[in-house]
Design a protein around this ligand. Structure first.
Ligand code: GLU
Length: 506
């Protein structure tokens, strides 16, 4: 345990699928800690049993495994600072609640939900704080004996953290600089509930960050309002010296308009907001994920890295090693980052071009199998190499490459009108003869011979080749003609030509 080792944690609450914003938070933690040779810890914050969703933890772990962000410690792999699931750390927290009670930094409150509701109705903008706690039923207003007897009688209570009013609380944020808040705006937050004998988020989060020797808390902007309370709790424990540095990341904003990116934006505009497909265990609703939508994990990470951070040069496509090398919290922006999903597609397109054809072919094979096509790896790889520049997603390869595997079952009407001339049937009959005579059916050799024939006949290259393409592909698209015919082979090429001659009617 080196005193200076950077240690960061990603601390999701398992209340549903991981949002893409959470993935970005985890990524920034990862980039930061790897840059400094530190540790990356997964901690599951599951103290709120009402919001617990079964399957969410596994989902989170599977998401990161798909993305290739590897934790050094966590509930699934263990580590020296475990357990890493807060629900398994109950006994630890109780001790720290008692310390705050002893130090008079917290107090016990018995107010029932009805009593609290009544107060809210009585006092406008009511909050439980220095100005109102004197009117409530708590260990500050009741005698020691009363408190003891209420507990013994089994009355439920909560422990609240006592905020001293009218103090400036300073949060030194690595992205936002010094944020000063007057403590009077804060309320006395509940930090423990006797009902389930569990601390709330605020206490568990801080105790764990302390015990797990977390050096930097890098999290979403939505937690910034909690930071002054957190700083106060660190102070109450006397842990200022080892308090982690805070960095609150900018929000991910809707692609258009204002506000936070939501699942509804994704549904409306047709892009995923979750890393993996998620089936809601209650409603059965299925939401698609980046994985299922055909994104490559590296492309997703690269895309997310630049939503709120810039490397200070014009690099966009960056391998993980470069992102780690150039990452710094100082270069994270304070203002929200618009979620430009078109850019996400662009990244995916770029990554498909960069990846070896063999890797993309592996991903394409399930789509081929779905169509009942079992093809040799070498063939699939060749095809991928020829058409991948036209796609942004692996699944789009079928649309661009189906004719390599199956003959067209009809001919595109527009192309027929434009490309199938009166001479075409006769020219195709001649072409069949020319092709038939070719022994070496490589693209290069075919091209030389066919072009020679076209020239000798004085035909138009365009007219012949367009009709040829229509016969082989079924429409006017696709890569270089002779690359296609080399792959499908002589026999199939001639078969398709014959069929076109017989079937294409103007
Ligand atoms: N459990 C909190 C969450 O769900 C953690 C916030 C933090 O990182 O402190 O995001």
């Amino acid at each position: 345990m080196s005193a200076n080792k950077v240690r960061v944690r990603f601390a999701p609450s398992p209340t549903g699928p991981l949002h893409i914003g959470g993935v970005r938070t985890a990524l920034y933690n990862y980039l930061f800690t790897k840059k400094h040779g530190g540790d990356f810890i997964l901690r599951i914050e599951d103290t709120d049993s009402n919001r617990f969703v079964p399957g969410a933890e596994d989902y989170i772990i599977e998401s990161f495994s798909w993305l290739g962000l590897t934790f050094d410690e966590g509930p699934h792999i263990g580590g020296n600072y475990g357990p890493y699931r807060q629900s398994e750390r109950k006994d630890i927290y109780k001790k720290y609640v008692d310390i705050l009670l002893e130090k008079n930094a917290a107090y016990i409150a018995f107010d029932t939900p009805e009593e609290l509701e009544a107060k809210r109705n009585e006092i406008p903008n009511y909050q439980y704080d220095a100005s109102t706690r004197g009117q409530m039923r708590n260990s500050l207003t009741l005698s020691k004996e009363e408190v003891k007897s209420l507990i013994e009688q089994g009355h439920q209570y909560v422990v609240r953290f006592k905020i001293e009013p009218d103090k400036d609380i300073v949060v030194n944020d690595l992205i936002r600089g010094e944020v000063v808040i007057n403590s009077s705006v804060l309320d006395d937050k509940v930090i423990y509930k006797s009902a389930d004998q569990l601390p709330t988020y605020h206490l568990a989060n801080i105790v764990d960050d302390h015990l797990m020797e977390i050096t930097h808390v890098i999290r979403g902007e939505e937690w910034l309002p909690s930071a002054p309370l957190h700083v106060s709790i660190y102070k109450a424990f006397g842990w200022e010296d080892t308090m982690p540095r805070f960095a609150h990341l900018p929000l991910l904003l809707k692609p258009e308009g204002n506000g936070k990116l939501s699942k509804r934006d994704g549904d409306r505009l047709g892009f995923p907001v979750f890393p993996l497909e998620w089936k809601d265990p209650k409603t059965g609703d299925v939401s698609t994920g980046y994985r299922e939508s055909g994104y490559l994990p590296d492309a997703v990470l690269n895309f997310l890295a630049l939503l709120g951070w810039n490397p200070g040069n014009d690099h966009e496509i960056m391998p993980m090693s470069e992102m780690i090398e150039s990452f710094s919290l100082e270069r994270c922006s304070k203002s929200g980052a618009k979620f430009d999903y078109e850019k996400g597609k662009w990244f995916n397109h770029q990554y498909i071009q960069m990846k070896p054809n063999s890797e993309i072919a592996e991903l394409f094979k399930p789509y081929l199998l779905e169509k009942g096509i079992k093809a040799e790896n070498s063939l699939v790889e060749k095809v991928v190499g020829l058409v991948k520049e036209r796609v942004s997603f692996v699944r789009e390869l079928w649309e661009q490459a189906s004719f390599f595997f199956v003959a067209p079952d009809n001919y595109d009407e527009k192309s027929v009108k434009k490309r199938w001339k009166d001479d075409s049937p006769q020219q195709m009959v001649e072409l069949i003869e020319v092709l038939n005579g070719i022994k070496d059916f490589s693209a290069h050799n075919q091209e030389q011979i066919v072009m020679g024939w076209i020239q000798s006949k004085g035909y138009s290259v365009g007219v012949v080749m367009n009709a040829f393409r229509l016969a082989i592909v079924g429409e006017s698209k696709g890569p270089h003609m002779f690359d296609i015919t080399e792959i499908i082979g002589k026999e199939e090429t001639i078969r398709r030509l014959n069929r076109a001659i017989a079937d294409i009617k103007k």
